[in-house]
Design a protein around this ligand. Structure first.
Ligand SMILES: *Cc1c(COP(=O)(O)O)cnc(C)c1O
Length: 379
């Protein structure tokens, strides 16, 4: 039997932290406080310290983090239903879902073929009188932040809401609006997901909002707790989107090892990039140090309409892969009525992209072996 290279094994992801996670879980069980409380406060404080941002509000998941930010701005009178939000065409559906949930209109903008993130040169042309925000997505862990995007946002008075679900710990070489270099603290607000497969995963759903804007942080905190700013006093008709103490305790353990986890991902990406050598495979662009990409996914492009054949051949050779994402959000049945321009790069990516294993469980040696298998495929 050939060796099988799994795409992602969450048991292996969590195994290194077993003892600390069990200790943290029993601490929570004994505390008698299961929603909110001191574990949540401590996690919020620790993440805010890391990001160098004024406020972190823990919440139920990444989609809710985005929803809470948008509903927060609506309640603050900064946006209104019907307003437009610029979003990369190549993203996970949740980014779009948050926008439409708030009654706002997603305006998909095409992406850059090399970074696979929003093409910041195309943002200005998508701005209309109704545009209120840009949601850049740091997709696959690659941070997207530049003068072009910030300048358009400033000139048109747009909020920049970062979708950091895949990019915790990522840094831009440029500082953001409030001085931090961290994804989630570059624009006006950042949304994080701690879904188990993300770079920091809980043992279930969890998320967070980061922002330097105290008014937004207060609105988000209240909205996530029935719209209540103090007990039995509801300033908004809100939701229940709170963070569980047990998840916060798990996340506090994981947060301590984030830098190591992210640099391990970088080492695996480096092994792939050094070894893969085929004219029909495009490897991702890579900086020499782990700064602007936390390698949530390692995504290659297989040229010439043969990605699916390639993927099947890899599976036969024992290499499990995935596609993020096969169908762009604006092509999903739920958005068939959504107006959009031509998005040729996103269409091309949907046809060519392939994600290789990169999480814990895949060693640097595995990555080099997978790369050799790729080089040897007769396709
Ligand atoms: C995972 C993800 C989300 C949603 O996070 P959940 O915690 O699963 O709700 C949003 N945006 C992107 C880019 C994601 O990868």
């Amino acid at each position: 039997m050939n060796k099988v290279y799994q795409f992602l094994d969450l048991g292996e992801v969590n195994a290194p932290y077993m003892d600390e996670m069990v200790d943290a879980a029993s601490r929570v069980i004994r505390s008698g406080r299961y929603v909110g409380g001191c574990e949540v406060d401590a996690f919020e404080f620790e993440l805010a310290e890391m990001l160098k941002v004024g406020n972190v509000v823990g919440c139920s998941n990444g989609l809710d983090a985005l929803r809470l930010i948008l509903h927060g701005y609506i309640n603050m009178g900064i946006m209104a239903p019907g307003d437009e939000v610029i979003v990369p065409a190549n993203t996970y559906i949740a980014t779009f879902l948050a926008i439409t949930d708030a009654g706002l209109m997603p305006v998909p903008v095409d992406v850059d073929i090399h970074t696979m993130n929003i093409d910041t040169d195309l943002i200005e042309a998508a701005v209309t009188k109704r545009t209120r925000a840009i949601i850049p997505v740091h997709l696959y862990g690659r941070v997207v932040w530049d003068y072009t995007m910030n300048d358009v946002a400033e000139r048109y008075g747009l909020k920049v809401i970062e979708d950091c679900a895949q990019a915790i710990g990522g840094r831009s070489v440029l500082h953001g609006r409030n001085g931090s270099h961290y994804a989630g603290a570059l624009g006006d607000a950042g949304a994080f997901s701690f879904y188990p497969t993300k770079n920091i995963g809980a043992l279930g759903d969890a998320g967070a909002v980061a922002t330097d804007d105290d008014e937004l942080a207060n609105a988000v905190r209240a909205l996530a707790n029935y719209g209540s700013d103090r007990r039995y006093h509801n300033i908004y008709s809100g939701y229940n989107c709170r963070l569980d103490a047990i998840q916060a305790a798990m996340l506090r353990v994981k947060l301590r090892y984030l830098e190591r986890e992210n640099s391990d991902r970088f080492e695996r990406a480096l092994a792939y990039n050094r070894t893969i050598n085929r004219a029909d495979v495009v490897i991702p662009v890579m900086s020499r140090t782990v700064v602007d990409n936390v390698w949530h996914q390692y995504v290659i492009r297989v040229k010439g309409y043969k990605r699916d054949l390639f993927r099947m051949a890899l599976a036969k050779a024992g290499v499990m892969t995935d596609i993020h994402y096969e169908v762009p959000p604006y092509r999903q049945p739920c958005y068939r009525h959504l107006a959009h321009g031509t998005l040729p790069v996103t269409e091309r990516l949907a046809r060519e992209i392939l994600s290789l294993p990169i999480a814990t469980g895949t060693t640097v040696k595995d990555a080099a072996e997978i790369a050799e298998i790729i080089n040897g495929l007769k396709i």
